[in-house]
Design a protein around this ligand. Structure first.
Ligand code: UDP
Ligand code: MG
Length: 307
């Protein structure tokens, strides 16, 4: 009989642990799916890990690891995947915003032979309009970079053991799980679901955090900004030829005294363009630096088996 692993990253979710265990295990038991729940406590500052330990004591199907500090959801997902033993893995959120009722549907599709089942948001929950616009733009860009339609995609997905093994062998430290499952390929299908509003606690995302997340994830899948630098350089070279000819003609005609304003404007423009280009190149160098250090993606400090 095949086993399903459910990977659940949790950061400051003390109120949600027992709800998640109850909600998910009820659905899976009703559907008669053998399962294990793997909680990854992402260095929470509240009692999340204590709650996970309590659940692990009462339910043999529940396990958990705890990070030494907060490493982020991406790291938590990958830790969960490498801990999992199932023939298929579902990644979901601890706040039950991804309805557990969808998991049996994913399981069914997996049994039909699909190796990746993507959870697709049919609505984006109670989000602000501006947030929705930014999200759409971000997914359009990253979808282009990955070469797939990633609109409405989420971290809610089922992966076959083969895909999980691919994920586990990835060497990169700065990952974007949501796009990596598209990148990996395999037989893929989607399931639509409705995002449920968060009941306990609050979302961990700030505007600044989301912006950084978007930039980091885009640049981890595309080098297009570097090509933009080249295009900008070529454009200004062409413009400079035209300007040079005009300036020389004016010089020989003896009317080259004025034009100081043009010089200042050009200087400012070119200066700005060079700075931005350096910044873009610097961003990629910083990423190379981060990867090359080869530090572990996360540090597991405790496991429920050892408590
Ligand atoms: N999460 C995590 N580490 C973090 C931030 C979030 O493991 O640094 C987990 C969190 O506990 C939840 C999931 O990631 O299970 C989604 O987080 P959240 O609900 O804050 O994000 P949103 O649903 O607003 O995208
Ligand atoms: Mg949430």
């Amino acid at each position: 009989m095949s086993l399903l692993s459910v990977v659940i990253p949790a950061y400051n979710e003390e109120q949600n642990i027992s709800l998640a265990v109850a909600g998910i295990s009820e659905v899976l038991e009703t559907a008669d799916i053998p399962y294990e729940l793997i909680f990854v406590d992402d260095g929470s500052k509240d009692q999340t890990y204590a709650r996970i330990c309590e659940e692990a004591r009462c339910h043999p199907a529940v396990r958990g690891v705890s990070f030494s500090r907060n490493f982020g959801k991406e790291a938590a997902i990958f830790a969960g995947l490498s801990e999992s033993k199932g023939d298929a893995c579902v990644v979901t959120d601890c706040d039950l915003q991804f309805p557990p009722e969808v998991i049996p549907k994913m399981w069914e599709l997996w049994q039909q032979g699909f190796e990746v089942v993507e959870g697709k948001k049919s609505t984006r929950g109670n989000e602000k309009a501006a947030h929705g616009v930014c999200a759409r733009l971000f997914y359009r860009l990253i979808g282009k970079a990955v070469g797939m339609d990633m609109q409405s995609s989420s971290d809610f997905k089922l992966l076959d053991r083969r895909v999980v093994n691919v994920m586990n062998t990835l060497q990169e430290k700065d990952t974007f799980f949501r796009a990596l499952s598209f990148w990996a390929g395999f037989r893929t299908t989607t399931v639509e679901f409705e995002v449920v509003a968060r009941t306990n606690g609050q979302s961990k995302w700030s505007i600044g955090g989301l912006f950084k997340y978007a930039v980091n994830n885009l640049t981890s899948f595309t080098t297009a900004p570097l090509r933009v630098v080249t295009v900008l350089g070529a454009a200004s070279l062409i413009a400079s030829f035209v300007m040079a000819i005009q300036t020389l003609i004016r010089f020989f005609m003896g009317s080259a005294v004025e034009g100081f304003t043009t010089v200042i404007l050009l200087l400012l423009l070119i200066g700005g363009a060079i700075m931005i280009s350096l910044g873009i190149i610097g961003h990629y160098i910083a990423r190379i630096f981060d990867e090359v250090k080869n530090r572990p993606r996360y540090i597991v400090a405790r496991r429920t088996e050892e408590e």
